[in-house]
Design a protein around this ligand. Structure first.
Ligand code: ZN
Length: 314
């Protein structure tokens, strides 16, 4: 246990900007939540508002400590935001802007990438050097630690685990391609598939006849005992397991973690189905060690913790 403050970690999504003062052992000592101001503005105004909000949170929490930012965007090495569907900015040299504004060392990375670092250093995968995290939220994201190091790729944008293809020529994904894991297993996709089934008259239980069903509606119905809702989640879990099978064949992780709001909420239905679907995908499945599939433990804190601890390394 080492509660010395070492960094400020931020987790920025389409709605919220969460900031925490991170201790050396990964404990969050203080936290603040603000709105991400960028999505309601445009152009330079959105960029300035985002930079100002980050700097204000850093000043508020940490005086001169290193600053780590996890954000729902593709992020190139060095901190260039390519863009994400929800965050309100794209093509922004966020790392450079923050280094100039703060004068401290700054790390900017994708939100799921920093989340797996948090789980590896202080969460469900502490002590394990090979970890795959799949985050199931509105979309599907993920991060990979391999040999004790974060996977960034040649330009920084690796580990978009939601966009591995699980069904060639399958459902259209928000990214524009077809058959991605995200098109089957995200909270948004679970809701969309349920809405389609309801519109076709294919449901007779709690979700029958409803329009615009969300992933949360499906999880709540399953929790209340609706069998069709449980089957819809098991179906999503099966796709998740098929995707995880490919990831296990590639990375041979010690553990596979499921995080994200929808993943945590629907874990009772997603995880058993994912485990069942995973094994048949694996080469030498009778002889190899099949990694456990478990829920992540840091929840919404994973991004702040991981971003902060990552910032102390540069
Ligand atoms: Zn996709």
């Amino acid at each position: 246990v080492n509660r010395t403050p070492v960094a400020v970690g931020l987790d920025i999504g389409g709605t919220n900007l969460r900031a925490g003062l991170v201790a050396a052992d990964g404990t969050l000592l203080t936290r603040r939540t603000a709105h991400n101001p960028a999505p309601r503005r445009s152009g330079d105004d959105a960029e300035d508002a985002l930079v100002d909000a980050i700097v204000a949170a850093w000043k508020d929490l940490g005086s001169n400590l290193p600053l780590g930012v996890g954000i729902a965007s593709l992020v190139r090495s060095g901190g260039h935001l390519l863009g994400g569907p929800n965050i309100g900015v794209h093509d922004l040299e966020l790392g450079d802007r923050l280094r100039t504004a703060t004068g401290t060392s700054v790390t900017v990375a994708n939100d799921a990438t920093v989340a797996v670092w948090g789980e590896h250093r202080a969460g469900a995968a502490t002590g394990l050097d090979d970890v795959v995290l799949v985050t199931v939220g509105t979309g599907v994201g993920g991060g990979v630690v391999t040999g004790g190091r974060l996977l960034f790729g040649a330009t920084g944008v690796a580990s978009e685990l939601g966009h591995i293809v699980v069904c060639a020529d399958g459902r259209r994904c928000p990214c524009g391609a077809r058959g991605c894991l995200e098109a089957y297993a995200s909270g948004r996709s679970i809701g969309a598939i349920a809405s389609e089934r309801a519109a076709e008259g294919g449901l007779s239980g709690a979700l029958a006849g409803r329009a615009e069903i969300t992933g949360q509606d499906v999880t709540e119905a399953a929790a209340a005992g609706d069998e069709e809702a449980a089957l819809l989640l098991a179906e999503a879990g099966r796709w998740l397991g098929i995707g995880i099978g490919s990831l296990v064949n590639v990375f041979d992780p010690a553990v596979v973690l499921i995080g994200g709001g929808a993943g945590q909420a629907a874990g009772d239905w997603l995880l058993p189905a994912a485990r069942d679907a995973l094994t048949p995908q694996l080469i030498e499945r009778e002889r190899r060690r099949i990694p456990p599939v478990r829920l992540a433990t840091l929840g919404d804190d994973a991004g702040m913790v991981g971003a902060g601890l990552l910032a102390t390394q540069t």
